[in-house]
Design a protein around this ligand. Structure first.
Ligand code: TMP
Length: 212
């Protein structure tokens, strides 16, 4: 089977890490060859860009600077990891991708989404994920979980209104891309969340094998 590009998205504290582990186990059980990676990051250089982006600092980071750094890391990640994997038939499981740029920079920072679309075209051409799981939770619950976990990074220091816009952004992306995106209610119990994820994966892989 051709390599598939699967992305996981959601606001802070939504449970991405635990559910990515669940997906990794599921793919292993299915015998799917895959690489697991993340954005921002995924290569040594792109991980340095991640550090630049997440480290809280006194200097104000301009919105365009933030957006361009996201896409600089992404270009490197695509070139070094994502495209070589997909080209060799290996699937890619990615913790965040360009939907995060629309949700955080477009909706959160209220930047012009057509600018993001231009960068997307330059950096990715027509490449889009085959499947995107958007874990959704009320932002107050997610932020509380995230704050119990570690000291806040530069994004986690944002106000609740910012994350509300990000969440609405993700829901809008899902609405506009129903063939690719599934929203999972992450406020359910972990067992229920994982049963929902499993059902989506089963459906996705059975359709993929039927069309090949
Ligand atoms: P993480 O905490 O999920 O590892 O992600 C790091 C932060 O980067 C998270 O707050 C979302 C943010 N981000 C963007 O703002 N735009 C992007 O394009 C990506 C990939 C992440």
């Amino acid at each position: 089977m051709q390599g598939k590009f699967i992305t996981i998205e959601g606001t802070e504290g939504v449970g991405k890490t635990t559910n990515i582990e669940f997906i990794q186990h599921w793919l292993n059980r299915r015998g799917v060859e895959f690489v697991s990676t993340r954005e921002p990051g995924g290569t040594p250089l792109a991980e340095q860009v991640r550090e630049l982006l997440l480290t809280p600092r006194e200097e104000k980071v301009g919105d365009s600077t933030e957006l361009l750094l996201m896409f600089a890391g992404r270009a490197q990640h695509l070139d070094q990891v994502i495209l070589p994997a997909l080209d060799s038939g290996t699937s890619v499981l990615c913790d965040r991708f360009t939907d995060a740029s629309y949700a955080y920079q477009g909706f959160g920072r209220e930047m012009d989404c057509s600018l993001i679309a231009k960068l997307e075209q330059i950096v990715q051409g027509d490449l889009r994920p085959d499947l995107t799981l958007i874990l959704d939770i009320p932002v107050e619950i997610g932020l509380k979980r995230a704050s119990e976990r570690s000291t806040p990074d530069r994004f986690e220091q944002e106000q609740i209104e910012f994350f509300d816009r990000v969440r609405q952004g993700y829901l809008k992306i899902a609405e506009e891309n129903p063939e690719r995106c599934t929203v999972i209610d992450a406020s359910q119990s972990l067992d229920q969340v994982q049963a929902s994820i499993e059902a989506v994966l089963e459906n996705f892989y059975s359709q993929a094998s039927a069309t090949e």
